[in-house]
Design a protein. Structure first.
Length: 440
């Protein structure tokens, strides 16, 4: 079986972000493989711990991709502070054709487009895929998962993640996919006060608010953060998009600072948030092509959290326009090359400053690795990836062993699912598969 089929059969997706099926990225034409270990957001240390504990496995996954896709070289990219902690220097040869590339400690360096430029000097044309610039990008954990399947025949059933925030001691832990967040917190003595705190799945900037009593760990869960409601990271999550649009139309002073600080705009992308906030939504509804460049936004939040002096959220406005464009199945696809602004180097945001702006700097500590933990119940969501949800291939009451396939890939872009634990199955059609361990 070829690597592309192995990756699909294993159910491997990007370990953070939107969950794009990893096999679909393997395409002809790449001459460099970029491995994203930037840990873009504050408080997250999953990739750092993974590199510290399992570097040979990560390198094995990288080598497998290089050999299959006939790519001449790979750049394992980490920020300078991570390289220092790992006692590695820029341009260190980690293995044949694999070089360590250090990145500046700035935000949002983990953004795929920014990462590619910083590592290779290439700018992906706006709205195009990295392969058009001869680049394939994978996450560190994705490479670990590729090695686990190709070397040990282990499909994707486990997840590495950071648990941090306003808790006594942050941790990195490896748990079964589908583990209850509530059980994970209880197992690790993490108590959330009844009032005044919010839990995020992901980083403080781009993470989403979850209900810790109902949420479960998915293939894209990179971290769980417990944060006080009065910090900027949480406040920004509850901004009303429609109200932001209405307010922005009248309150924006057109200072252009949001555009001046936008990481994508600084790379030469035709994204101008200051113009977005003054565009009437009624006009955009009639002529959505007016806001087509909204699809170029990476959602980093620099415009709303750091740039705007009027208390407006350009990000919320852009998200409204993204939804509008999504309904119309429209997106920006550029055909011409663009060049970074000369001032980009001086407008990048130091990671420490970004953490302070978000109100989370005081919680930033290197976590303790607590190893692999097992649980007696998991809920496997059938939609954990971009594309069609998985299709159950087990029945109510059926007993499965750890590693058994419990859902097939659907037609088109899709992935299968596997049992992270052994036990009795309950199927919720179109939604999830629950497995309960049975005491012998």
């Amino acid at each position: 079986m070829e690597l592309k089929e192995i990756m699909k059969e294993a159910g491997i997706v990007g370990a953070g972000g939107a969950g794009f099926p990893s096999y679909a990225k393997l395409a002809d034409g790449a001459d460099v493989l970029v491995i994203n270990g930037a840990e873009c957001e504050p408080l997250l240390y999953t990739d750092y711990i993974l590199l510290q504990k399992e570097l040979p496995m990560v390198l094995a996954g990288i080598k497998a991709v290089l050999d299959y896709a006939k790519i001449p070289r790979a750049l394992l990219c980490v920020k300078e502070h991570t390289a220092k902690c790992l006692r590695l220097a820029d341009d260190t040869k980690l293995a044949e054709r694999i070089i360590l590339k250090t990145l500046p400690d700035v935000y949002p360096m983990g953004d795929e487009i920014s990462l590619i430029y910083q590592a290779t000097g290439r700018v992906v044309k706006p709205g195009n895929l990295p392969i058009t610039a001869g680049v394939i990008v994978y996450n560190v954990e994705t490479m670990y998962n590729v090695a686990a399947m190709s070397k040990k025949s282990e499909p994707l059933t486990m997840k590495w993640l950071t648990v941090a925030g306003d808790i006594p001691e942050p941790i990195v832990v490896k748990v079964p996919i589908g583990t209850s967040v509530a059980e994970l917190f209880e197992r690790n003595s993490i108590i959330i006060p009844e009032e005044g705190y919010t839990v995020l799945d992901g980083g403080p900037s781009m993470g989403k608010v979850i209900d810790p009593e109902r949420a479960v760990i998915t293939k894209t869960t990179k971290g769980l953060l417990v944060l006080p409601n009065d910090c900027e990271a949480v406040i920004s999550k509850f901004i009303d998009g429609e109200k932001s649009v209405a307010r922005a139309e009248t309150a924006c002073c057109q200072c252009t600072r949001c555009t001046d600080m936008c990481p994508r705009a600084l790379l030469g992308y035709p994204l101008e948030p200051h113009k977005m906030v003054r565009t009437a939504k009624q006009a955009a509804t009639v002529m959505p092509e007016m806001v087509l460049s909204a699809t170029l936004c990476c959602g980093c939040g620099v415009c709303e959290t750091l740039a705007c002096c009027q208390g407006i959220s350009p990000k919320a406005v852009i998200n409204e326009y993204k939804a509008l464009l999504g309904k119309n199945k429209m997106r920006y696809v550029g055909k011409t090359e663009v060049s970074p602004a000369v001032e980009r180097e001086y407008r990048m945001i130091p990671s420490e400053r970004w953490a302070s702006v978000l109100g989370v700097a005081k919680f930033d500590k290197v976590p303790k690795f607590v190893g692999e933990q097992s649980y007696s119940r998991v809920e496997i969501l059938l939609r954990q990836h971009i594309g069609a949800p998985s299709v159950p291939c087990v029945s109510d009451g059926e007993f499965v062993q750890k590693g058994d396939k419990i859902a097939e890939a659907a037609e088109g872009l899709s992935l299968p699912q596997y049992a992270p634990i052994s036990g009795k199955v309950t199927v919720f059609d179109g939604e999830k598969i629950v497995i309960d361990k049975v005491n012998e």
